[in-house]
Design a protein around this ligand. Structure first.
Ligand code: ADP
Ligand code: MG
Length: 266
């Protein structure tokens, strides 16, 4: 079954695309995530908010297995990321399998993380060719389509340093889309941008939401969160303190920590 067909099946049976259960992560003696349970359904936009240091980036990094959980698990479409069952026990997958699993998860970072020595086109085709085995011709055609979609038609031969921050971040989004991810993760995608460049990046994410892309977005842009989120999650000291619709969490928070945070940022 193709990824598209599997995604459609999940939607039909009402199963979440992403399921996190009992996730715990510590660095040394510091527990950074504790008892995190989260479901994200196909087509759902989840916005993750919380103070600096509350564990938002670590949660995203556990989802794509850049960090290994100490306990609990992250499942995409019923398959645990990084582990497989063997005789009733979980054993670590081979790096090659993890790379393949990770290919279903796009990640967009605050600092863009484009390859500076590669052109925009080369940035976009590198992973599809190397990981998905797509031909350079097909990958290049898809890359040009995606550049048009993020408002950067014709910029194939530019280098990242020749682009504004907003343009670089739009290239980074196109690069993530080039892998045809089932879930896109954004870690403060506009925090490194000059204020006048924030809007163009949010517009691209808004379009993706309208297209039904499944996303988890860490952001401090509360107006944007209210607009695009189906679900808002407030992370406080590594645990989920509140979770619900934007109206519930942003307008009528029940948790004292959420209230204090929102009154500071709104
Ligand atoms: P947020 O993204 O919400 O600001 P992070 O997930 O980056 O929070 O960090 C949560 C906590 O974990 C912070 O106290 C941070 O210093 C700590 N932390 C994150 N990554 C590491 C690491 N690789 N090693 C040690 N501590 C880390
Ligand atoms: Mg962070």
């Amino acid at each position: 079954m193709t990824a598209v067909a599997r995604t459609e099946r999940l939607r039909e049976v009402g199963e979440p695309l992403l399921r996190i259960r009992g996730l715990r992560k510590a660095f040394g003696l510091q527990t950074v995530l504790e008892d995190v349970d989260l479901d994200v359904h196909t087509g759902e936009v989840t916005v993750l908010i919380g103070r600096s240091g509350s564990g938002k980036s670590t949660l995203l990094r556990c989802i794509n297995h850049l960090e290994k959980p100490d306990s609990g698990y992250v499942e995409i479409d019923g398959r645990i990321i990084g582990y497989r069952e063997h005789r009733g026990r979980l054993v670590e997958r081979h790096q090659r399998e993890i790379t393949r699993q990770r290919a279903d998860l796009g990640m967009v970072f605050q600092q863009f993380n484009l390859f500076g020595h590669l052109t925009v086109l080369e940035n976009l085709i590198e992973a599809p060719v190397a990981v998905r085995g797509v031909s350079r011709t097909d990958a290049s055609r898809t890359a040009s389509e995606l550049l048009a979609r993020v408002g950067l038609a014709g910029r194939e031969n530019s280098y990242p340093s020749q682009l504004s921050g907003g343009q670089q971040q739009r290239v980074a989004i196109a690069r993530a889309l080039a892998m045809r991810p089932r879930l896109l993760l954004f870690d403060e995608p506009t925090s490194a941008l000059d204020p006048e460049l924030v809007g163009e990046v949010l517009a691209v994410i808004r379009d993706l939401a309208a297209d039904g892309m499944t996303m988890i977005i860490v952001t401090h842009e509360m107006a944007f969160a209210r607009e695009v989120a189906d679900t808002v999650v407030f992370l406080d000291g590594g645990h989920i303190a509140e979770k619900g619709s934007p109206a519930q969490v942003l307008d009528d928070p029940q948790d004292p920590g959420t209230r204090a945070f929102l009154s500071a940022v709104l």
